[in-house]
Design a protein around this ligand. Structure first.
Ligand SMILES: Nc1ncnc2c1ncn2[C@@H]1O[C@H](COP(=O)(O)OP(=O)(O)OP(=O)(O)O)[C@@H](O)[C@H]1O
Ligand SMILES: [Mg+2]
Length: 377
């Protein structure tokens, strides 16, 4: 067998202890372990002596509780039971949005906006709002200059790329040009070049009015009018926060499960980061199955089959144990194959594999265990 080149190892401790590292962002597709990895890295950094905050997004309830988080309140809380300074918080998307509005408008204007039903829908449920607000919160934490290290979790989007794309998409949307044309096509029709578009939009907005009701369009238009006078455009702000992700001191840790979909997403993400000159620290292949070494799947199967043929009840337990081992060994082989395929496609991406623990991670001990596995591979 030809020797395969191993991918370089991701040295999590070197990353977390480096004083130059100021922001670490975990990304990846849904359910792969972003929140767990973010919390485990933050814990490790704090226990190594760095004043650390972790911004979690929709953490599982028990995990949140174990970090002393009981409500969404946008405030970093000290985590008890940590030897060091670890603070944790959960993103409150709506409140973050409200704060942005308050910070950039007069109290009267802000009230007007808060009361607007379109704003209420947008700030609590619009696709992309969570991503946008995560970035907004990140830039606030970074501006405060209070933290040695900020670890940021990303929202449970279907696609990891949403985290990078949604804020700008939302920024563009809120920038108003599109909405303005939609709600006031007559005004937008001044230039010949956009006439055609305008005609299309008039029809479109009529259809929209029918579906959504004229009230909503009225809400949108007054919302945008209020926003316009408020500050230099959401788009600009989104771009500003985007720049923070490119700044020296920021590192992305991509998390993936050893499954085709998750690794494909990780691939897209890695390529995108490199295209955008964003610093990738490496890949965590999380929840990898590992079998006890020494007994291959094939041999375990042969041995179990041999015991089945003997049909001896005294050997039933041994046979069952062999079959359990067989299952694990097959999973482990499959996971290793997946990881190798990724490594072949991205030979320069530093990687660490974290085995699947027997149970979910919902307390500090579990996080510490994950952090050791992250650090030691
Ligand atoms: N190495 C591991 N071993 C065992 N369980 C794990 C491991 N990593 C994560 N988990 C568990 O997997 C579940 C999903 O993890 P987590 O919430 O961190 O994923 P996520 O990527 O943040 O998900 P979402 O996309 O929904 O935000 C949790 O119950 C967590 O405890
Ligand atoms: Mg999560």
């Amino acid at each position: 067998m030809t020797a395969r080149r191993q991918p370089p190892a991701l040295d999590i401790d070197a990353l977390l202890r480096d004083e130059e590292t100021r922001i670490v962002v975990t990304c990846g597709s849904g359910g792969v372990g972003k929140t767990t990895t973010a919390a485990a890295m933050a814990l490790r950094a704090a226990e190594a002596g760095r004043h650390t905050v972790v911004l979690t997004i929709d953490p599982a309830r028990r995990l949140a509780q174990s970090m002393g988080l009981t409500e969404l309140d946008n405030t970093p809380r000290p985590v008890k039971g940590v030897e060091g300074e670890l603070f944790a918080m959960m993103l409150d998307m709506k409140r973050t949005f409200d704060d942005v509005v308050s910070a950039h408008s007069t109290p009267d204007r802000a009230e007007q906006i808060f009361a607007n039903p379109f704003y209420q829908a947008l700030s609590s449920s619009f696709a992309g709002t969570q991503e946008y607000m995560a970035m907004e919160k990140l830039s606030q934490l970074a501006e405060s200059d209070e933290w040695d290290l900020i670890v940021v979790d990303t929202p449970p989007s279907r696609s990891a790329l949403d985290f990078l794309d949604a804020p700008q998409r939302l920024g563009r949307f809120l920038d108003g040009r599109m909405i303005r044309m939609l709600v006031a096509p007559a005004k937008a029709g001044g230039r010949a070049s956009i006439k055609l578009v305008t005609v299309g939009l008039t029809v479109f907005s009529k259809v929209l009015s029918k579906i959504l009701g004229g009230d909503l369009l009225q809400d949108v238009s007054s919302f945008v009018a209020a926003l316009e006078t408020m500050f230099g455009g959401f788009r600009q702000r989104a771009e500003q926060t985007y720049q923070l992700l490119k700044a020296p001191g920021t590192a992305f840790v991509v998390v993936a499960a050893p499954e085709p979909d998750a690794l494909r997403e990780a691939s897209y993400f890695v390529e995108r980061l490199s295209r955008d000159d964003m610093p990738l620290a490496g890949l965590v292949v999380n929840r990898l199955h590992r079998a006890v070494p020494g007994l291959t799947a094939r041999r375990a199967e042969a041995a179990a089959d041999a015991l089945t043929e003997k049909a001896d009840s005294d050997l039933a337990l041994a046979e069952a144990a062999l079959r359990v081992h067989l299952e694990t060994a097959l999973n482990a082989d499959q996971d290793a194959r997946m990881a190798r395929r990724f490594a072949a496609a991205h030979p320069d991406v530093a990687t660490v594999a974290v085995p699947a623990l027997p149970a979910d991670v919902h307390d500090l001990d579990g996080l510490r265990r994950i952090s050791e596995l992250l650090a030691n591979g």
